[in-house]
Design a protein around this ligand. Structure first.
Ligand SMILES: Cc1ncc(C[n+]2csc(CCOP(=O)(O)OP(=O)(O)O)c2C)c(N)n1
Length: 310
């Protein structure tokens, strides 16, 4: 791990946290459409995985993977415009929250239907294999989403066809208010359908990045798919309306000590690579400025639901 890659990882995770914090404020002020699904505590699982990819690879994120989109160059302003439902936003006001992408930048838009992206991304990976292109597809699935038929069918297809697909399993303690033991027997990694499977500490961004890079090489070498299960914890409720009263505070306390950003910060300090407080301040200013620009677009009458009369 060289200094600039480590700082890029740090920057992407911080940016994800700051953008989501600002989205929460915008939500509470009544500006946004839909809710905000935080990835607090899971930034490593969203960012370090995507940062392991090459520019020609394709991702299919889910709701807690805004960080993967920022990792691929989506700007905070685009995210704010999208959540504000603006005509000048990425989906021109036709979709809410992070349901946008762009084939040109290798992002298949997230969908709401859990599991549905697995067969879609297996299809993307199949096209790479058929065209003999050295590219991989990556998507994410929660422990709850791994109970769907689409997950099993899609991953099974990828295994049988040896497709260059990385499925990141987010084992994060809860699917809405249901814990994994209430909906699966054994560890999530047992649901691999025979795929090469690795379990990592999802809050250790360095380990996630390194393992994701290895997973990519396995895929490029024809050994895919890879099921990369990240053990982590959802530190907020399902979305902003959910106060997570069903979560044991002791568990939250325990996981707060394993915060992925704090972990990387202390590693950077150990390397004497920590960029200092101005780095965070600069990012905060960037996020603030871009949020204000999006709010200015709203004020200027950049209509919600493009093409519709107010
Ligand atoms: C097929 C399907 N069933 C139910 C839902 C409603 N739903 C949306 S998110 C969610 C919980 C998802 O939990 P998990 O997959 O573990 O991901 P996490 O929210 O923990 O990241 C549910 C039940 C849905 N969107 N799609």
């Amino acid at each position: 791990m060289d200094r600039s890659s480590a700082l890029h990882l740090y920057e992407t995770m911080l940016l994800t946290r700051l953008v989501e914090e600002r989205l929460v404020k915008l939500f509470r002020q009544g500006h946004t459409m839909g809710s905000v699904y935080r990835s607090l505590g899971q930034e490593a699982t969203a960012c370090a995985t995507a940062l392991a990819l090459g520019p020609q690879d394709v991702i299919g994120p889910m709701i807690r993977n805004l960080g993967s989109m920022l990792a691929r160059g989506v700007t905070p302003k685009e995210v704010f415009l999208q959540y504000l439902g603006r005509a000048s936003g990425p989906s021109a006001g036709r979709e809410h929250n992070n349901h946008f992408g762009g084939v040109d930048r290798g992002i298949i838009a997230p969908t709401s239907m859990l599991g549905a992206l697995i067969p879609v991304m297996a299809g993307v990976a199949l096209s790479f294999k058929q065209k003999q292109e050295p590219r991989v597809a990556m998507t994410w699935i929660g422990d709850g989403g791994s109970s769907t038929g689409a997950f099993s069918e899609g991953l099974n297809f990828a295994v049988v066809q040896s497709l260059p697909l990385i499925v990141v399993g987010e084992l994060n303690g809860f699917a809405y208010s249901t814990s994994p033991e209430k909906q699966m027997k054994g560890h999530m990694s047992k649901r691999s359908q025979g795929a090469h499977t690795v379990v990592v500490d999802g809050n250790n961004s360095l380990e996630v990045l390194e393992t994701s890079k290895q997973a990519r090489l396995i895929c490029l070498d024809g050994g895919g798919p890879v099921f990369l299960v990240c053990e982590t914890f959802r530190m907020k409720g399902h979305a902003e309306h959910d106060d997570q009263r069903y979560v044991d505070p002791v568990q939250l306390e325990l996981w707060s000590k394993k915060d992925p950003i704090a972990h990387l910060e202390s590693w950077l300090r150990g390397q004497r690579w920590h960029p200092g407080p101005d780095f965070l301040k600069g990012l905060e200013e960037t996020v603030d400025r871009q949020a204000e620009e999006a709010l200015a677009a709203e004020k200027a009458g950049d209509l919600k639901l493009a093409g519709w009369a107010p």
